[in-house]
Design a binder for this molecule. Structure first.
Ligand SMILES: C[S@@+](CC[C@H](N)C(=O)[O-])C[C@H]1O[C@@H](n2cnc3c(N)ncnc32)[C@H](O)[C@@H]1O
Length: 357
């Protein structure tokens, strides 16, 4: 039985919230323009004193009109406030300007998702990422990741790496508890985790499974770090379920990976992992589950990240509720033998082994 949220707002509050949603796309672009045009920066620099609209316009080289319409939108979005004709930065404005999490999420939303979201409705109706047409003629964004425009690719990687960077240092200790000698990193992307492992332990060898485009980027990073002998790429389309995983690894690592697939594909991927493990081997699944978040803003982010998968990534996957993942693990012939929540900030790692017969 799942529960979330309530309906306790007054009619006034509810209607105001409805207006915020009705204008959300405009509010987003207004706040982003306030950030990118340097308006929030000059307002912040003026401290508690604040700046008049004329002073802002002059400092950022905009017309009075341009500065005014953005600053007035900033008032209603609570990024600046107005005292005696002077604009002063609010705490929300401070976070828009200085908080890495907010920047990463905002740039990802704008650069990767914004245009494609016009096709969200078609995406759910047709079960495909209809918004991906904005970038290319691929079935999934992963096929095109290495060919995305540079600014879009940067925002995609900044988003992905921000979350993995938070969790990898903690995960390392956990995964290396039993001193694995060979690790398979499924969906290892540009090699961040594999390189982190190789740095952590001088004996470990890592095999990265991913699409050829990502492995080309990984190869450059592996070479730059001098790990050619210990980290290798295994090009594979993981959606071809007739293609078995290579055997001989003590640990299989799937990080921020299963959320890239719909439930039917997850089941097949987990079965293939199960088949590749020996009795002592372990599969570690590192994910952010929306029901496991301590803080409401994290759940809010995850519910919206799901829609990136819907309209841009593949049209089938999402950020999961943990119970959905437990069911799939079980159905694949695996059992969760250990679990750590709140890794980094928001990740859960499930340690799974073959179900004892
Ligand atoms: C969200 S990234 C996760 C990267 C990394 N594991 C991390 O924790 O940051 C998902 C990875 O899965 C890979 N992937 C998605 N679909 C794939 C497919 N069909 N075949 C091979 N790899 C795939 C992507 O290329 C990407 O590198």
């Amino acid at each position: 039985m799942r529960n979330y949220g309530n309906d306790k707002k007054s009619a006034f509050e509810a209607k105001f919230e409805a207006q915020k949603l009705a204008f959300a796309a405009i509010a987003f672009q207004a706040v982003k323009a306030l950030r990118d045009l340097g308006i929030l920066t000059v307002v912040e620099a003026s401290g508690k004193e604040g700046l008049t609209v004329e002073e802002v316009a002059e400092k950022v080289n905009l017309s009075r009109y341009g500065a005014l319409v953005l600053l007035e939108a900033g008032l209603s979005n609570n990024v600046v406030w107005l005292k005696d004709d002077k604009y002063i930065l609010t705490k929300t404005g401070h976070f828009i300007l200085n908080d890495t999490l907010t920047k990463v999420n905002m740039d990802f939303t704008n650069d990767v998702c914004y245009e494609g979201m016009f096709k969200l409705k078609e995406s759910v109706q047709e079960g495909r990422a209809a918004g991906l047409e904005v970038f290319g003629d691929w079935d999934t964004i992963y096929e095109g990741l290495s060919k995305l425009p540079q600014d879009v690719q940067k925002s995609w990687f900044d988003f992905d790496h921000y979350y993995s960077d938070l969790v990898f240092p903690h995960a390392l200790e956990y995964v290396f508890k039993n001193s694995p000698k060979r690790i398979m990193d499924v969906g290892g992307n540009t090699g961040k985790w594999a390189i982190t492992c190789a740095k952590h332990n001088p004996d470990v060898k890592v095999t990265i499974l991913d699409l050829p485009g990502q492995l080309e980027m990984a190869a450059k990073n592996i070479k730059a770090n001098g790990f050619e002998g210990r980290v290798e790429g295994h090009p594979i389309n993981l959606l071809d379920h007739s293609n078995a995983f290579p055997k001989g690894h003590d640990v299989i690592w799937m990080s921020q990976f299963l959320d890239c697939f719909g439930e039917d594909d997850i089941l097949e991927l987990l079965k293939r992992a199960e088949a590749a493990l020996d009795d002592e081997g372990a599969l570690f699944i590192n994910e952010t589950y929306w029901d496991k978040q301590k803080y409401e803003p994290a759940t809010y982010s995850l519910h919206h990240t799901s829609l990136y998968f819907t309209a841009l990534a593949n049209g089938t996957s999402r950020m999961y509720h943990s119970e959905d993942m437990y069911k799939l693990v079980e159905a694949a012939g695996l059992e969760v033998v250990d679990q750590i929540d709140d890794m980094g900030v928001s990740h859960t790692i499930l340690k799974c082994m073959k179900k004892r017969k």
